[in-house]
Ligand binder design. Structure first.
Ligand SMILES: NC(=O)c1ccc[n+]([C@@H]2O[C@H](COP(=O)([O-])OP(=O)(O)OC[C@H]3O[C@@H](n4cnc5c(N)ncnc54)[C@H](OP(=O)(O)O)[C@@H]3O)[C@@H](O)[C@H]2O)c1
Length: 359
């Protein structure tokens, strides 16, 4: 019989943690056995810890309501309960960096939603449809950490998860310059409207650290491995502005792009429609059947209408047009807490299991 892997969620009481909890209910490969969070939640049942701050429209899964929340630093206990952990804590970066390494060194693989290790040269930053071959870095990372099983894999920032897939499908035409403006939902900062009344009727033209991540992280995703480390790609050059808008879920991006070998519009749309990758060929449980969907309608994609396509794991695109400064412009959308966070990490875990890195 195929036994399910036992999973812990660090930060399981937060927004991304709640998404993870619902995505893993009845998962064919994984079962949640441990949830850990801060000292404030430790000792309470999961239901007690989240009942006044459950942020999803879905119910709290019955089978985890009575799990007693642990402190994330109970590593000696947790390491005997789980096969691997998802990490979705919201803490200072230096503390998360240490925490995730402590788990990896205790032989517990970590799939991280945090930015703490995204620039560590031997930590793969993975979008499974784009750079699954970067998982090979795990072997050199294990050597550095002195582990047999433990490692850290990170998921990139939610802001890049619409335009990087869209551009990746066009790599044969050698994209050289990208300008992107993102319009990011409030769940990206762990909030719903009742937490943040000032966002109603408003737009906030600043998200701390987001532009740097939006410009740099794609270059790691598009990088190559040399001597057990990632060498970031040198191009395309990316410039960005990231803006918070009064939308619950779904990050939209307005993209301008120029190529070395300019494709036709038909070439672009064909490349988007035909894009398939390893998660699709392996038929992983959370892989979207159609990764990129192009709308001919002039007013799509829209967060409210389109963020849930393919259970929130698909990317939607529209409004491909010629541009006067760049070759083309278009708009794209991804669900930030599904594709951009919890769903992306669950898909990464499915790939890791199928490829033999999680046992
Ligand atoms: N929201 C998104 O769309 C999104 C997308 C991509 C990545 N991320 C990243 O994912 C992480 C979590 O984001 P979120 O939006 O889910 O945050 P959140 O709702 O604020 O949840 C934070 C979690 O971290 C725990 N925590 C906070 N301080 C802690 C401490 N000192 N010790 C132990 N646990 C602590 C909280 O536990 P208590 O409940 O006990 O306080 C809670 O479980 C962040 O790094 C964020 O940048 C978020």
């Amino acid at each position: 019989m195929n036994k399910k892997l036992k999973v812990g969620i660090l930060g399981g009481t937060g927004f991304v943690g709640q998404r993870l909890v619902t995505l893993l209910e009845n998962h064919p490969f994984f079962e949640i056995v441990t949830i850990a969070a801060s000292k404030n939640s430790a000792g309470k049942t999961y239901h007690e810890a989240v009942k006044n701050r459950w942020k999803l429209n879905l119910p709290i899964p019955e089978n985890i309501k009575n799990i007693k929340v642990k402190d994330i630093y109970e590593i000696d206990t947790i390491k005997n309960e789980v096969d691997f952990v998802f990490c979705a804590v919201n803490m200072p970066k230096n503390e998360i960096r240490v925490l995730e390494e402590q788990y990896a060194k205790a032989e517990i693989p970590v799939i991280s939603n945090n930015s703490a290790h995204r620039s560590t040269k031997d930590v793969p930053v993975v979008i499974p449809e784009i750079n699954h071959e970067h998982l090979k870095l795990i072997n050199s990372q294990r050597k550095r950490l002195g582990t047999k099983k433990g490692f850290i894999v990170a998921k990139p920032n939610c802001s890049i998860q619409s335009y990087v897939p869209a551009i990746n499908a066009l790599m044969e035409f050698k994209p050289k310059k990208i300008l992107v403006c993102t319009y990011q939902a409030i769940s990206g900062s762990g909030k719903i409207f009742s937490d943040w009344p000032e966002i109603n009727d408003n737009v906030i033209p600043f998200i701390s650290g987001e532009e740097d991540k939006s410009e740099q992280e794609p270059l790691k995703v598009w990088g190559h491995i040399e001597n057990g480390e990632i060498i970031n790609a040198k191009d395309p050059i990316i410039t960005s502005q990231c803006i918070r808008v009064p939308v619950s879920d779904g990050h939209l991006a307005a993209v301008f792009v120029s190529f070395e070998n300019k494709p036709s519009k038909d070439d672009i749309i064909k490349s988007w429609k035909n894009y398939i990758s390893k998660p699709q060929t392996l038929n992983l449980p959370n892989a979207p059947k159609q990764f990129l969907t192009y709308f001919e309608e002039t007013d799509r994609p829209q967060p409210k209408l389109d963020r849930d396509i393919e259970k929130g794991m698909g990317i939607t695109l529209g409004r491909l047009r010629d541009d006067s400064l760049f070759d083309y412009k278009f708009v794209c959308l991804s669900h930030n807490t599904l594709r951009g966070a919890a769903g992306g990490s669950v898909l990464t875990a499915e790939l890791l299991k199928t490829e033999g890195y999680l046992r």
